[in-house]
Design a binder for this molecule. Structure first.
Ligand SMILES: C[S@@+](CC[C@H](N)C(=O)[O-])C[C@H]1O[C@@H](n2cnc3c(N)ncnc32)[C@H](O)[C@@H]1O
Length: 473
């Protein structure tokens, strides 16, 4: 493995390996395009080696160029490659689901923490002793992960952290994200087909009929799992919050702090962060725009975690200057503060069915005044785009270059994996801009604008009444 300062030369080497291997493969694979799926490739060792080289080099190239959190987040979902910058050779392999299964073993035993203590490497017998996991089995698990560019085996049965696994130590929030996705989500996903094949559950939109609820046989929905007061509930709540923050960083959600004109809002503008979790985005707003007055709303456990743990650590000045209020609220039953200037909702609606979203939105609409705005932060411009091609002049969104699938296929697979994750955990879905406009209308809201903010988007609404008033005045 090259050292950090020779990454560019490693990239160049990989690129030339790919070039040489493509030259070899071209000599063998000369079938007409339409035959390529039924390809009968010559059984030649030179060709086999060149194909292996292309796959291995592409995977290694991707692991070097994309952001570590981006790559790791996709590995948690067993997606081999993160976005349009990458090529997905490993997706051709069977048994991909063992990657997150193995990551769960490594994370739940804090293997990255142990490796971090010793840059020259830790033997599997030492790892076995420290974790209590059978050393032979653990070694095989780490070997699979090393082959996928997480960890590195530097000698027989001796492992070190590499440029990816060092981001998985337990004080990094990616650890919490990884633990959640490769744990609960992964286990719940195994019940997806049972849920969809059950005639009593298949068409249900209740969160109680999700694969998550079925798998854990809990007759409760995901958010109930941390609503209790036991230590276990509390640690689940704070792990979930840390995981959400890591996810925000993966999708660069904080672009909203700079891509929306918060700086043009008058001093004293009231911003309600509804279902704000611990208030990751609100903290950033409080730091960048000290004239805003913020109110964080969520379930009691979340608000308590925000007030006692998160804000005192990340933005104590907002507390002492009374620029932030922490208010427990059930958004199905209560409205946030009346006539606030901005109601901000990030990653809320994708947790719920259309019917539930309309209930939540109606409670916000009831609180809104004539000059209030609602900002829904979650749509992604690539969500649920079909792979077929339309005429360029009819394409609403730029299509990938031929011969790629028009939606970049696996290159932008995360939008689809996230959609399925919503189905598995909440029995809900990701939505298109048209879906949001429909939901808004049903709740008495008028669509104003879609703001592009990094990988996410911000859908702005005002009260329908206000638009009608303005139109008639
Ligand atoms: C996916 S998280 C999003 C958190 C935060 N907005 C973010 O993007 O990091 C959904 C949030 O909705 C909150 N939530 C769930 N049910 C709720 C309810 N009935 N009332 C208020 N908040 C709720 C959860 O506690 C959680 O913090």
């Amino acid at each position: 493995m090259a050292s950090d300062n020779s990454v560019t030369s490693e990239l160049r080497l990989l690129l030339s390996l790919i070039g040489e291997a493509v030259n070899i493969a071209e000599r063998y694979i000369s079938l007409p395009r339409e035959d390529k799926r039924a390809v009968e490739q010559p059984n030649d060792p030179e060709l086999r080696t060149s194909i292996c080289t292309i796959e291995a080099a592409c995977a290694q190239l991707c692991s070097l160029v994309a952001r570590p959190d981006d790559i790791l987040a996709n590995k948690f979902f067993a997606v081999s490659h993160p976005n349009a910058r990458t090529i997905p050779p490993a997706s051709l392999h069977a048994f991909q689901f063992y990657e997150p299964a193995c990551l769960q073993v490594a994370l739940s035993n804090k293997v990255p923490d142990i490796l971090q203590e010793s840059p020259s490497g830790v033997s599997i017998s030492e790892l076995g002793r420290r974790t209590g996991v059978d050393e032979g089995k653990l070694g095989r698990i780490l070997r699979l992960l090393a082959a996928k560019h997480v960890f590195q085996e530097v000698g027989p049965g001796t492992f070190v952290n590499n440029h990816l696994s060092r981001h998985l130590v337990s004080d990094n929030r990616l650890f919490n994200l990884g633990l959640g996705i490769t744990g609960e989500c992964f286990k719940a996903a195994s019940s997806l087909s049972d849920t969809l094949n059950d005639p009593a559950m298949t068409a249900s939109t209740s969160p109680l009929d999700s694969a998550f609820s079925k798998h854990f046989d809990c007759n409760s929905q995901f958010f109930d799992c941390y609503a209790g007061s036991s230590t276990e509930h509390e640690s689940r709540a704070s792990d979930f919050n840390d995981g959400m923050i890591a996810w925000s960083s993966v999708v660069e959600a904080n672009a909203v702090v700079f891509d929306f004109p918060w700086n043009k809002l008058p001093a004293g503008t009231i911003v309600c962060d509804v279902g704000g979790g611990v208030g990751d985005i609100s903290v950033q707003l409080a730091k960048c725009y000290p004239t805003l007055h913020l109110i964080l709303y969520d379930l009691p456990k979340q608000v308590e975690d925000a007030e006692k743990r998160f804000w005192p650590k990340h933005c104590p000045e907002a507390i002492t200057e009374h620029r932030i209020e922490f208010i427990p609220l059930d958004f199905f039953k209560e409205c946030p503060r009346k006539h606030s200037d901005i109601y901000f909702m990030k990653n809320i609606l994708h947790d719920w069915s259309d019917g539930d979203c309309i209930k939540i939105l109606k409670n916000v609409e009831k609180a809104m005044g004539p000059s209030s705005r609602l900002l829904v932060h979650e749509i992604d411009e690539f969500v649920i785009r079909p792979g077929y091609r339309v005429l360029e002049e009819e394409a609403k969104i730029a299509q990938a270059p031929v011969p790629l699938l028009s939606n970049f296929g696996e290159g932008r697979i995360r939008q689809h994996t996230m959609d399925i994750n919503m189905m598995v955990i909440f029995n809900s879905r990701e939505r298109t801009i048209e879906d949001f406009i429909y939901l808004g209308k049903a709740a008495g809201l008028e669509f104003v604008k879609l703001w592009e903010t990094g990988e996410m988007g911000l859908v702005e609404f005002v009260q329908l009444r206000q638009c009608e008033g303005a139109a008639s005045s």
